[in-house]
Design a protein around this ligand. Structure first.
Ligand code: F0G
Length: 456
């Protein structure tokens, strides 16, 4: 990659504790004084703006890069490099992440009771989830800092992404995942990309506990979302969204909540865009969790967000099966600052919302569908008004969890579960595969019936 293709000095970043405000060394994850999480700040922006550029120069530079064939310019993350930490051009590991589409969801809007609904589909990233946008930055930092090993605990998407970026960057990777509680599609990705993959007989929170100790004792760089460089990369999804909206903020952005880093990243991006004069107001950022994995919702409702109430997490949306989210304080700050809210949704509501998003030809994995399910509730409660513009952040591709989709359409997703009695509402959305004789007449007959049904 020619080095002159990328500007030499971009932004001088610093790590700062979100609790006590003290600065920290670049390869740390927690403050050594108070153990709180770290975030990246750019002190130089206050005087001259990123790379000395004003909002209109930044906007046109970022857009212009879309016509370039240089790998960092082709990345929907690195084309925004003025708002990212400085990484030397030759250290950048990119699989051309970002540049994801925004789709209007006409039928889902109607079903939720609003006029303007959009989905920013982060599942359209190279490994099929939003994790790639953060991973390109954090894996590049790991390589630049001289690490040979990277590691993560994961519900499946972080591990798929990390394994791919490590492989592309010539790094070795170690994955810890909860045994039997992630989709086989995600597991297969981490195997395919060459990670050492360990299924631990515990849940995600248990995997995190083990890994935190491993990285203390071994020269292995942690790529979980407490890693502040990941948050920086994930920020770019919001910059790109606003670019796609011609820098006019929507009224609401709705994000699924698991470990709560993505909502933090989107919120940080919007805060920075406002500080930089790229937008004039913040959209309300709301976080939706599954009822069975709802520590943030419980904490907000039961103690106003004063302290986290960890839960034993259980949901079929395995990506967000997390009971003790690391980034809850960051997410809380974003929700408060933007005047957003939190909501929780049931397993049936998730399944229905996923089918509705699929029926618009978009599709997503169950964890992403909590956004639409949550939106419906927020409209009913009057938090979202019918004439407001809403963007759902869809985090994972529909093929990430084909098992869930197949079971849903065959009608056995909730078999033997307490929810089985409530599945009546799902019937009209189910399209199980039809088994037919190989006969032209049989297929034509079927088509005729289907056509009649459409007009019935
Ligand atoms: N949606 C999907 C598809 C995810 O994979 C995740 C998290 C989330 C939403 C929640 O994002 O944690 O930033 O609040 N997956 C992680 C993983 C935990 O290991 O893949 P969050």
């Amino acid at each position: 990659m020619p080095e002159q293709a990328i500007k030499p000095v971009i932004s001088v970043s610093q790590l700062r504790c979100i609790g006590c405000g003290k600065t920290a060394l670049p390869d740390r994850f927690r403050c050594e004084h108070c153990r709180d999480l770290l975030e990246i700040i750019y002190p130089g922006w206050a005087n001259a703006g990123p790379a000395g550029l004003d909002p209109s120069a930044l906007r046109s530079l970022w857009l212009k890069r879309r016509a370039s064939f240089e790998p960092p310019d082709q990345s929907g993350v690195w084309r925004f490099r003025e708002i990212l930490p400085e990484i030397a051009a030759e250290q950048i590991i990119t699989i051309r992440e970002g540049n994801t589409p925004v789709y209007e969801l006409v039928h889902c809007a109607k079903s939720a009771g609003i006029k303007q609904l959009y989905a920013k589909h982060q599942g359209m990233n190279p490994t099929g989830s939003f994790k790639d946008t953060g991973m390109t930055v954090a894996a590049s930092f790991a390589r630049q800092a001289g690490y040979h090993w990277v590691a993560c605990a994961s519900t499946g998407n972080t591990s798929a992404s990390m394994a791919a970026y490590a492989a592309r960057g010539g790094l070795h990777s170690l994955v810890l995942i909860p045994d039997g509680k992630i989709s086989w599609g995600k597991l297969s990705q981490s195997l395919d990309y060459g990670a050492i993959t360990c299924q631990l007989k515990t849940d995600f929170d248990g995997c995190v506990r083990v890994l935190n100790e491993v990285v203390e004792r071994m020269p292995v760089y942690l790529l979980n979302s407490v890693n502040p460089y990941r948050v920086e990369g994930q920020k770019t999804a919001a910059f790109e969204l606003l670019e796609q909206f011609n820098w006019q903020p929507p009224d609401h952005v709705i994000v699924p909540g698991g470990n709560l880093a993505n909502s933090s990243a989107i919120g940080k991006a919007l805060r920075e865009m406002k500080q930089l004069g790229l937008i004039s107001r913040l959209p309300k950022i709301s976080v939706v969790q599954a009822e069975g994995a709802n520590p943030l919702v419980r904490s907000m409702r039961e103690n106003g967000g004063e302290k986290l109430i960890p839960v034993h997490a259980e949901t079929m949306a395995t990506a967000i099966r997390i009971g003790n989210p690391a980034s809850w304080k960051k997410a809380l700050r974003v929700i408060r600052e933007s005047e957003g809210t939190v909501e929780q949704v049931s397993e049936i509501e998730i399944a229905l919302a996923k089918a509705e998003i699929g029926a618009e030809g978009v599709g997503c994995e169950p964890a992403s569908a909590v956004t639409l399910a949550g939106l419906k509730k927020l409209v009913k409660e009057g938090f979202v008004k019918p004439n407001e513009t809403v963007v759902l952040i869809l985090t994972g591709h529909v093929l990430k969890d084909a098992d869930f989709t197949l079971k849903f359409h065959r009608g056995d997703l909730f078999e033997g579960m307490p929810q089985e009695a409530e599945t009546g509402t799902l019937k009209s959305h189910q399209r199980s595969p039809l088994i037919l004789e190989p006969s032209v007449e049989a297929v034509i007959e079927l088509l005729r019936t289907a056509e009649q049904d459409l007009h019935a």
